[in-house]
Design a protein around this ligand. Sequence first.
Ligand code: SF4
Ligand code: FES
Length: 247
Amino acid sequence: MTDYITLEIFRYRPEEESNPSFQSYDVPLRKDWVILDALNHIKDNLDGTLSFRWSCRMGVCGSCGMMVNGTPTLTCATFMEKFLPGPIRVEPLVNFPTVRDLVIEMDNFMEKLSRVKPWIVREEEKPLAQGEHLQTPDQLMNYKQYSMCINCMLCYAACPIVGLEPGFLGPAAIALAQRYNLDNRDQGKKERMDVLSQDDGIYECTFVGECSVVCPKSVDPAGAIQRYKASTAIEWWKSLLLPWGNK
Ligand code: SF4
Ligand code: FES
């Protein structure tokens, strides 16, 4: 006999209803099923109208983030068994507008990411004929942790400051800025710091630290923000103490 577990799913279809509701589905309780498997079972066998995002099923694309029993969760990397005996409540990530069912609107997040220039900035690019920008393993390790971000947005759902101040640049964008600032091939730190030092930048963070707790890739955005704050304080002191400023 198959055991079942109940999923309570947030439903919102704006063309049909003005308020969201919850709908319950019983799905087979299989030891090897993650939450995303259960959602796909519902979509394929019980209710084809359910909408949610996913792609890689292996914790790489970052598209399957949802609230599971109130916690921001990567649904392709979280086994259903963890929530026995159920029910398991699945909702869209909080701190984002909901487009439909479990699908959130990402435009604001993408705009924040682009503001920190998440690419290598060069003042002057050397000709290819002069060779590659080689790095030592130590130089790679300097920023590797921050390069593991998959843009899943769980840290934005976990951050109370993002909830209170929607303009806050937020954990992943700041960690991504740190990824490029710590890359010895990059020369864009000053441009990024101008963005990060604004009112909606690093000083909005009160170091609650939940972003690092929920991050499925151990990026530690809270640590990135504190490192930034420390480096800006050092630059400020240098500008006071050194007659030629902090150049
Ligand atoms: S920092 Fe972590 S939680 Fe935030 S978007 Fe990147 S991978 Fe996701
Ligand atoms: S489906 Fe790609 S990270 Fe989950």
